[in-house]
Design a binder for this molecule. Sequence first.
Ligand SMILES: [Zn+2]
Ligand SMILES: [Zn+2]
Length: 126
Amino acid sequence: MGGTNGKIAIVIVAFALAGGIWYWTSRPEPAPELKDPTLVDLICEACGEHSQDSPEHLLTVLIKGGVRTPTEGGGMTRHQAVERPVYPCPKCNEPTAVMARYCQTHQKYYPAQLAEGGAGKCPDCP
Ligand SMILES: [Zn+2]
Ligand SMILES: [Zn+2]
């Protein structure tokens, strides 16, 4: 009896894993323009410019001290309090470019991490 339940549990786990892999591999395609999967998407918080750069080059231009600590009592987890790297914006040259994510619905880039810590979200999504 217990053995049967164990087998069912394994099957459920296998299905859950397969589902997770399917979800991972079938994620919607990122923005069409400028899209190179080997490059990192950036968005400038000052001028809104979207740009892409290689991870290798970004490492060389990473601006130290552009990291803010999360506010206290904000319910931040350790993971969310991870430092947020900032880079120089290729358009306005301000040290305000951060890694970006793309919203399929509104077709716009937005900061992947908030300055206060935590994940960013599309400003137009509810
Ligand atoms: Zn800029
Ligand atoms: Zn959106």
